[in-house]
Design a protein around this ligand. Structure first.
Ligand SMILES: *Cc1c(COP(=O)(O)O)cnc(C)c1O
Length: 378
């Protein structure tokens, strides 16, 4: 029997256009973190989002870092962050010497619970410190409750950083995610819905932020014939070669969203008959790119966790699955920071599973997943 090929959770999916773009960069010798692809990629992203200006950077994490710097987050300041997220949402808070304060999820979208957010803000103020910023995430592509969250941010006059790293192409009430924040960020890491191998972007309707991001990400050079600096800079700009890859990916972004949504539908049909398996559904007005399809598996009768059983059995057949993000307030490195919890993210981590969702899976791959899952679940 032929060796089974590895099926990944979400691997890069090139369209073919990227090569032409990269070749153009080589032919014109624009290899540096300046060049025409950078400007064009920024324009294309801004057009796609329909709001704001864009600065493309070396990563989504770098974009969050610059956002915090521009919002004047400094040593000892507090920043409210969704607890159920990837560590990239939080690490830059600590780079600034600031204190992440974690907020748990609500059950409908698994994102920051607006009610708990408001409680946390009031409690922090009561304890003597008003948080400097809020970092809210659209996990696995599902938009957070943005009306509620933006209203709270406005009410307390705390700037909102929107982490749309996982949700390029998702929409909330017809508006693309990545355009809601005072500052928003995108990621083009290798596992995301579109990729530049590694990369990110900072987005804002405030052009000054975007200008400043371009400056800070290229070592904060002042305008002078010599190298003059009056601020601390970073080496965070995206290169022209990678922006070329990004432009190739933009051509297929809508198609990728449709493909991810079809994969989500495939799993819904496959798992329809299993009453202990639950999907995350789109509340009214929420349109998900379904970057990853996720399920919850609750079954009290078995001694072995059904989620772990399915995950490890699929792993044996070279089908990669992963538990949901481990909440940040449970991470050894962040455990001592304040957290406002309600049990939701802990339970999701306990029973949730991410299924292979890459758009470069073949029909054969899906067929293989289908038969293995049926075999394992019986
Ligand atoms: C991927 C990701 C990031 C970080 O993006 P990078 O480009 O990998 O630095 C931040 N937040 C979330 C929620 C992510 O999934």
């Amino acid at each position: 029997m032929a060796e089974e090929k590895q099926i990944w959770l979400s691997s890069p999916h090139m369209s073919g256009y990227e090569r032409e773009m990269v070749e153009e960069a080589f032919d014109t010798n624009w290899i540096a973190p300046v060049g025409p692809h950078i400007n064009a990629f920024e324009e294309e992203l801004a057009q796609y989002l329909k709001q704001g200006k864009v600065a493309v950077l070396s990563s989504g994490t770098a974009a969050i870092h610059l956002a915090l710097i521009m919002l004047d987050v400094k040593s000892g300041d507090e920043v409210l962050v969704s607890s159920l997220t990837f560590s990239g949402s939080v690490n830059p808070v600590v780079y600034q010497g600031a204190v992440p304060v974690f907020v748990d999820s609500e059950k409908e979208t698994w994102n920051m619970d607006p009610q708990l957010l408001e409680e946390a803000i009031n409690d922090r103020i009561k304890k003597g410190k008003k948080p400097k910023a809020i970092v809210t995430v659209h996990l696995y592509g599902m938009p957070a409750k943005m009306d509620e969250i933006t209203a709270i941010a406005k009410k307390y006059e705390i700037p909102l950083i929107e982490d749309a790293a996982e949700s390029i192409g998702s929409e909330y009430k017809g508006q693309k995610t990545g355009s809601f924040g005072e500052i928003s960020i995108l990621s083009f890491n290798g596992n995301k819905i579109i990729t530049t191998s590694g990369g990110g972007a900072l987005v804002s309707r405030n052009e000054e932020y975007v200008k400043l991001a371009k400056k800070l990400s290229t070592q904060a050079r002042d305008e002078a014939p010599h190298y003059q600096h009056s601020m601390i800079g970073y080496n965070y700009r995206m290169s022209n070669v990678l922006a070329g890859i990004g432009r190739g990916q933009m051509k297929v972004l809508d198609e990728r969203v449709n493909q991810r949504r079809r994969i989500n539908q495939f799993y819904r049909e496959l798992l329809e008959g299993y009453s202990h398996i639950e999907f995350l559904n789109e509340p009214r007005g929420h349109y998900s790119n379904y970057w990853l399809t996720t399920i919850l598996m609750r079954d009290e009768e078995n001694s072995q966790k059904p989620r772990e059983y399915l995950r490890t059995e699929l792993q044996k057949h070279k089908i990669e699955c992963r538990p949901l993000w481990k909440p940040m307030h449970l991470q050894p490195v962040f455990m001592d920071y304040p957290a406002y919890t309600n049990g939701t993210s802990e339970e999701l981590f306990d029973v949730g599973l991410c299924l292979p969702s890459g758009t470069n899976m073949s029909d054969e791959d899906l067929q293989r997943i289908s038969s293995r899952v049926k075999e394992i679940l019986g």
